[in-house]
Design a protein around this ligand. Sequence first.
Ligand SMILES: Cc1cc2nc3c(=O)[nH]c(=O)nc-3n(C[C@H](O)[C@H](O)[C@H](O)COP(=O)(O)OP(=O)(O)OC[C@H]3O[C@@H](n4cnc5c(N)ncnc54)[C@H](O)[C@@H]3O)c2cc1C
Ligand code: FES
Length: 291
Amino acid sequence: MQNSILNNQAFYNLTPIAIELVDFINDGEDARHFRFRLPSPQSIDKPEPGQFFMLSVPGAGEAPFTFTVTPNDQGVFRALVRKMGEVTTALFQCQPGDILGIRGPFGKGWPVNALANKKILMVAGGCGLAPLAGLIDQLITSHHHKHLALVYGARNRALQMLNPERLRWQQELSLFDVLEDTGSTQASTEENHILEGTPLDAMDSVLRTLDWTPDTLLLCGPEVMMSAAAKNFIQRGLSAQAIWLSIERRMHCAVGLCGHCYLSEHHLAHHYVCKDGPTYRWDHLQPPEKN
Ligand SMILES: Cc1cc2nc3c(=O)[nH]c(=O)nc-3n(C[C@H](O)[C@H](O)[C@H](O)COP(=O)(O)OP(=O)(O)OC[C@H]3O[C@@H](n4cnc5c(N)ncnc54)[C@H](O)[C@@H]3O)c2cc1C
Ligand code: FES
């Protein structure tokens, strides 16, 4: 007789695979860019940009993180982690060689096919740059995207993340760093091409600098920032169907079983961010229009 539990894909998706912490670099205040190694590249399905995994730290628990770099031929992948609470504090105490666990990849990534030949503006805030990192590398490598810009907002210089990556990306795309607190003179800010305020404060200046008009907007960061940016671009004439965002919810199972990530403000019934997100098109998150 067949065992229905063992035939259930969700059962396998709940079982972590052992991974090794290879090394890490400090990358922004209280943030580290980690490298991990899978037993083999085939140990998990190939992740798409924007998908996430559950990282388990023995004795502390599990938490979701995004692949900034997906597994290579040696099974090595990367994730940027900001220290927040129990799991991440325990992770920051780990050393190269320590064994941790991974489940995934989970969720829906960025709509890579729909992005072909689009004029893409990405707006990220703080740690929200992590879910865009893999996508940026893929878009740059595919050479299809001549119109690519990133506006990256952080509170101050110390909190800017993915610093080596941003240095590399600025050779390939239009990069605008925006700081709420520049902590420097106007001359030094201009010299370093840093804009002041929030990404939205800087948007008029960004759009004036670009010699093209974005037809696609990708958002990742604090929800208040994403909501304001989406509404702002709709007012500028962008269609709601051209705006995508990645959202965060507390997660436990990551496979649609526990209900912790239920999107209660959503007009669709039974919607779980772990399965149906974390990437959404803006209009799919809005209440239906009243007739
Ligand atoms: C799909 C997804 C992808 C993510 N990718 C990354 C990533 O690439 N890098 C990264 O650093 N973080 C990422 N996060 C956030 C990360 O999962 C949380 O910071 C993590 O759960 C913290 O775990 P902890 O046990 O250390 O802290 P906890 O003890 O769980 O929390 C510490 C504090 O943060 C708050 N908090 C934690 N998680 C959330 C959340 N999801 N929403 C709102 N408040 C929260 C808690 O209320 C508490 O105040 C992602 C989250 C999701 C849902
Ligand atoms: S985290 Fe359990 S249903 Fe989404």
